[in-house]
Design a protein around this ligand. Structure first.
Ligand code: C2O
Ligand code: CU
Length: 509
């Protein structure tokens, strides 16, 4: 925690980097840096703060039956800890944003007003929707301007989320707090899952922060890390060292890794098993009992955990399996352990119904005759050797077809892969069938080095030859630096058009 930062900073101040030093001094310095590079808060937090629950966004139904939300992006502040509040960004408040909620088949309209002094956008991560409504870098909202996307929610129950997506500014804006959940409900969901929001169905938005002077957020990236900001302090829904009072036998946690770069490997402090019931794009076919679930940035998992009366158990992040060399693992958070959230069961718990044995239809995409097979090589800040160019459409896919994409990271640093518009089905990981936690609908997947991940994607409606969807690494500094590309969905035989907007919102150095 704080001592680690001091150690790292003082080493930088001492000029360890960039000046000639004796081999012995360098060896000693590196040993000190190495020793200081892992963080553990396991067993060290006192959990004094009640977990904040993001409010449900107010909505109304307009004359044409659309569910209407009003959002404002705000530069505000947030009291993370005693002392001076931290300058932050948020939606309808100073930090984070409300939880939007809509049902399958409902049409939504979201009025977004940008009250920041900089351009931004709001992207509906995981949502199947027209490219013009997607909120990527081509749907920028200038300061003082508004944007009102509308679409029909046409997908199963899921924990989706929203965040800004301005080209090269996403990391900074998300890190400052612009993020929120978008829960899709489905009348077909079987009864039995805990579903009282904030009571036994708990949003758990996990982010790491690094506090600098006077409680302000520190953006600096460690010299040795392969992956951008890695904060040493974890917050859940903006609360540090949080606890949540539980009054029911079972509680559902909707886990969202909304961190810029950090991976988490969630489990409980006593290693109790829990039921994984959902992944990025919806519920699994059946609950899967496990003791760990790893989430790379952008991924979600819904888990249900059972508690006994009076118990206290801590949701913990164990060292994640990054699959990379020891050096990058050490400086990429791969040796870190964090206590995340304490659950405090009441002395008497009200009974919860048993979990349904069947949750949803198993995801199915027939990938036996794909219309196209594409390969994406991730390395550094590029895909297939190319960096993001707002004016270049990398390829077009045809409406009504299925494609197979093979993603392979080749540079021994952590990456993952996120695709807009669709939920995909993972066919294989490193040539083997996917493990149970990767068998549900996914929109983001970890891509360990030299391990091909093959996914099947089905592109239905929402044709637009001119406005692209994005695919990218969701480690936000990799994305900002260029590990992103663009595709359009066209009618059979149609040619892709011209990407409409150029990146005119900020000048490059
Ligand atoms: Cu969560 Cu392209 O984004
Ligand atoms: Cu990456």
């Amino acid at each position: 925690m704080a001592p680690r930062r001091l150690a790292r900073r003082s080493l930088l101040k001492m000029g360890l980097i960039g000046v000639p030093v004796s081999t012995a001094a360098l060896g000693g310095g590196l040993a000190a840096v190495w020793a200081a590079a892992d963080t553990t808060t396991a067993g060290r937090l006192t959990f004094t703060n009640r977990l904040a629950i993001p409010p449900l966004a107010a909505s109304r139904v307009d004359v044409s039956g659309r569910r209407v939300f009003d959002l404002r992006t705000i530069a505000g502040e947030h009291q993370f800890r005693p002392g001076r509040p931290t300058a932050t960004l948020g939606v309808n408040g100073g930090h984070l944003g409300p939880t939007l909620r809509a049902s399958r088949n409902e049409t939504v309209l979201v009025n977004v007003r940008n009250e920041l002094s900089e351009a931004t956008s709001l992207h509906w991560h995981g949502m199947h929707l027209p490219a013009a409504m997607d909120g990527g870098p081509h749907q920028m909202i200038e300061p003082g301007a508004g944007w009102s996307p509308t679409w029909q929610v046409a997908q199963p129950a899921a924990t989706l989320w929203y965040h800004p997506h301005p080209h090269q500014q996403t990391a900074r804006q998300v890190y400052r707090g612009m993020a929120g959940l978008f829960i899709v409900d489905d009348p077909d969901t079987p009864a039995g899952l805990p579903s009282r929001y904030g009571v036994d169905d708990i949003p758990v938005i996990v982010q790491d922060k690094q506090f600098g002077d006077d409680n302000q957020l520190d953006d600096s990236e460690a010299f040795w890390t392969p992956m951008g900001i890695l904060g040493d302090t974890i917050c859940v829904n903006g609360t540090l060292a949080p606890y949540h009072d539980v009054a029911t036998e079972r509680v559902r946690l909707r886990l969202l890794n909304a961190s810029n770069s950090r991976f988490y490997r969630f489990g409980f402090s006593d290693d109790r098993p829990f039921a994984l019931v959902g992944t990025d794009g919806g519920l699994l076919a059946a609950p899967y009992e496990t003791a760990r679930i790893q989430l790379s940035p952008g991924e979600r998992a819904e888990i249900v955990v059972t508690l006994g009366p009076g118990e206290r158990v801590v949701l913990r992040s164990y060292p994640p399996d990054l699959g990379i060399n020891v050096w990058n693992r050490r400086f990429g958070g791969g040796d870190d352990t964090f206590d995340i959230l304490q659950l405090r069961a009441a002395a008497q718990l009200s009974p919860s119904p048993p979990l349904p044995g069947r949750l949803a239809d198993p995801p199915r995409i027939d990938a036996s005759a794909p219309a196209a097979t594409r390969t994406f090589q991730l390395s550094g800040y590029s895909v297939n050797g190319r960096q993001m160019d707002m004016s270049r459409i990398d390829f077009a896919v045809t409406r009504g077809t299925t494609e197979v994409w093979e993603i392979i990271a080749i540079d021994d640093t952590p990456h993952n892969f996120h695709v807009h518009d669709v939920q995909f089905l993972i066919l294989s990981v490193g040539g083997a069938p996917p493990p149970p936690e990767l068998r549900g609908w996914k929109d983001t997947v970890h891509t360990p080095p030299n391990t091909p991940v093959r996914v099947a994607l089905r592109f239905s409606e929402h044709v637009d030859p001119n406005i692209p969807y994005m695919y990218h690494c969701h480690l936000l500094n990799h994305e900002d630096q260029g590990l992103m590309g663009q595709f359009v969905v066209v009618e059979p035989g149609q040619q892709p058009g011209q990407s409409p907007a150029h990146d005119h919102h900020h000048t490059r150095p």
